[in-house]
Design a protein around this ligand. Structure first.
Ligand code: AMP
Length: 487
C-alpha cells in the first residue's frame, strides 16, 4: 500500500506556484505582470516573466512580490513583444535561489522555449539522476528543469512533438504554460490535479492557473484546460490534442478548500461558493449551541458564513487581521517571538467577551494557528470556544504541488480528534466528514472505486505513484540545496 510506504516521507522540493501566458497581444508582459499579481497568493518567493518579440526572447526574474518587481515601465520595457509567460514561485523554507525562479528557458534545435510550471513531479529526481548519468548538467534544483531537459533532448523536430515526448516521461501533478516563439502551449496532467484555465481578450488567448487572473486583465473565461489536454495557441487559433490515454479527471481537493482565490471559478462555481457549502455541511453535521460564529480570517471566512447562515447563529469578526504581514516576515528577536500569531491576528475583545464561540477555519495542518488563536480568544474574554474545521483531518502529506508538511508534523496523522482538541485547548473540536465534503461539492458521497477528486490528504489514496521514493531511486538531497547556493 502506497500510504504505508510514505509514512515518514519528507519531501525536499516544494512547488506550489501560479502560471500565466498570453499570446499575440500588445503589452503582453504588462498583462502578464497583472495576471501574476492576481495569482500572488499561489507563491510569494519569486516571480518571473519571459517574453518574445518575434525575433528574440527576454527574461526577468526577481525575488519577492510581483507588485514590488514588475511595477515600473522601466522593467516592463525590458520585456518587449506580443507574447509572454510568467510564473509566481512558492517556497516554504530555505533553499531560496534565483536559479529556481521561473519561467525556465532553453534553446533547442527547434528554437527557444520558455516553461512555467505549477505542480510537483513525482519522478523528477529519478529522471534527473538518469540524465545526469548521461552527462546532463543541471542549473537549478527545480523539477521543472527536468521538463526543459527532456524537451531539449527529444529527437523530434517539431516543438509540439518535443513537448509531448517530454510530458510522456513525467509523472505527478502539473500545469504547464510554455512559449515557443509565437506558440503558446498549455498542458494539464492526465488527472487534472493542478488547475489551468483558458481565457480570451479580443482575439487573443490567455492561459492562467485561475480565473481571477483573467478578471484582472478583462479577459473572458472560456473554459478549463481538460485533464490530459494539450492546447496549442498560434495565430489566434487554439488547437487541442489529447495525447495521453484517457482518464477521468481528479482535480486536487485542496484547490477548493484553501489554495485557489475565493473569486476563482473551478468546475463551474467560485471556490467561495464551495467553501460556503463546506461550512453549511459542517453545520448540518454539528449540534452545538453558541452565541457567535467567528472565522479565522481570511481562510475561514466563507465556511463561517455558510455555517452561520445554516444555523442562524450570528456571524461576527472575533479576530482582526493585519494585512501587512507578509509570509516572509522574519520575527526580529527571540524576545518577541512569543507574540507569534499576534503579528497577524488580534482578538476583537468587544465582540467576543463572555461569548460562547464557534471558531471556524478551512483546515488544520500542524495545529499551530488554532492553538495560538484559541488561547488569544480566551485571554480576550471568550467564555467557550468550539473549533470547527471545514475539511476532514489531514493525515497524509502531498506530492503533487501543495505544500503539506511531513507526516510527522501533521497533527491529525499522529493524534486522535480528542488529543488534538486537548492540544489546541478548545472546549470541543469537529472536522467535516469526508462524505460531507463530497456532498457539499454536489456528489452523493465519495466514490471509493473511482474517487472524484485527488484527496489523499484525508484518505491516503495517492492517484499517481511517487516514483522517486520507490526502489533504489531515493535521492533525498541535491547539492545545490545543501550548499544553500544563493544565485
Ligand atoms: P496550521 O497552523 O499548521 O494548522 O495551519 C492551518 C492554517 O494554514 C489554516 O489557517 C489554513 O488556512 C492554512 N493552510 C492550509 N494549507 C496550507 C498550505 N498548503 N500552505 C499554507 N497555509 C495553509
Amino acid at each position: 500500500m502506497l500510504k504505508k510506504k510514505f509514512k515518514n516521507y519528507s519531501p525536499k522540493i516544494k512547488e506550489e506556484c501560479g502560471v500565466f501566458g498570453i499570446s499575440n497581444y500588445d503589452d503582453a508582459s504588462a498583462l502578464t505582470a497583472l495576471g501574476l499579481h492576481a495569482l500572488q497568493h499561489r507563491g510569494q518567493e519569486g516571480c518571473g516573466i519571459v517574453s518574445f518579440d518575434e525575433k528574440k526572447y527576454y527574461s526577468e526574474k526577481r525575488y519577492g512580490l510581483v507588485g514590488d518587481n514588475f511595477n515600473k515601465e522601466k522593467v516592463l520595457k525590458k520585456l518587449p513583444g506580443k507574447f509572454a509567460i510568467g510564473h509566481n514561485r512558492y517556497s516554504t523554507t530555505g533553499g531560496t535561489t534565483l536559479r529556481n525562479i521561473q519561467p525556465f528557458f532553453a534553446d533547442t534545435n527547434a528554437g527557444g522555449i520558455g516553461v512555467a510550471h505549477n505542480g510537483n513531479l513525482t519522478n523528477a529526481l529519478t529522471i534527473r539522476k538518469k540524465l545526469v548519468k548521461e552527462g546532463a548538467i543541471f542549473y537549478s534544483t527545480s523539477d521543472t528543469e527536468v521538463i526543459i531537459q527532456l524537451i531539449a533532448k527529444s529527437k523530434r523536430s517539431e516543438t509540439t512533438d518535443k513537448v509531448i515526448d517530454a510530458i510522456f516521461q513525467i509523472q505527478g501533478g502539473y500545469a504547464l504554460v510554455m512559449l515557443a516563439q509565437n506558440k503558446l502551449i498549455g498542458v494539464r496532467d492526465p488527472l487534472g490535479i493542478r488547475p489551468l484555465v483558458i481565457g480570451k481578450i479580443k482575439n487573443s488567448y490567455v492561459l492562467a492557473s485561475e480565473t481571477c487572473a483573467l478578471d484582472i486583465i478583462g479577459a473572458k473565461f472560456l473554459r478549463e484546460v481538460e485533464n490530459g489536454e494539450v492546447v496549442i495557441i498560434e495565430n489566434d487559433k487554439l488547437k487541442s490534442i489529447k495525447p495521453y490515454p484517457p482518464k477521468k479527471p481528479r482535480p486536487c481537493i485542496f484547490e477548493y478548500i484553501y489554495f485557489s482565490r475565493p473569486d476563482s471559478i473551478l468546475n463551474g462555481k467560485t471556490t467561495y461558493e464551495f467553501r460556503k457549502k463546506f461550512g453549511e455541511q459542517l453545520a448540518i453535521e454539528d449540534n452545538i449551541e453558541a452565541d457567535l460564529v467567528v472565522p479565522v480570517p481570511d481562510s475561514g471566512n466563507a465556511a463561517s458564513l455558510g455555517y452561520s447562515q445554516k444555523t442562524k447563529i450570528n456571524f461576527d469578526l472575533g479576530l482582526i487581521r493585519n494585512h501587512y504581514v507578509g509570509r516572509t516576515f522574519i520575527e526580529p528577536a527571540q524576545k518577541i517571538r512569543s507574540l507569534g500569531v499576534k503579528l497577524k491576528l488580534n482578538a476583537n475583545k468587544s465582540s467576543i467577551k463572555d461569548k460562547k464561540l464557534i471558531l471556524i477555519d478551512d483546515s488544520l495542518v500542524r495545529g499551530t494557528t488554532s492553538h495560538k488563536i484559541v488561547k488569544m480568544l480566551y485571554d480576550a474574554g471568550a467564555k467557550e470556544i468550539h473549533v470547527r474545521i471545514a475539511s476532514p483531518e489531514i493525515k497524509y502529506p502531498d506530492f503533487y504541488g501543495v505544500d503539506m508538511p511531513t507526516r510527522k508534523e501533521l497533527l491529525a496523522a499522529n493524534k486522535s480528534v480528542e488529543e488534538i482538541r486537548e492540544y489546541i485547548g478548545a472546549d470541543s473540536l469537529k472536522f467535516l466528514s469526508i462524505d460531507g465534503l463530497y456532498k457539499a461539492m454536489g456528489f452523493e458521497k465519495r466514490n471509493n472505486t473511482y474517487p472524484q477528486l485527488t484527496d489523499h490528504y484525508f484518505t491516503g489514496d495517492y492517484p499517481v505513484e511517487i516514483i522517486d521514493e520507490l526502489g533504489d531511486n531515493k535521492i533525498t538531497q541535491l547539492s545545490l540545496l545543501s550548499t544553500g547556493s544563493n544565485n
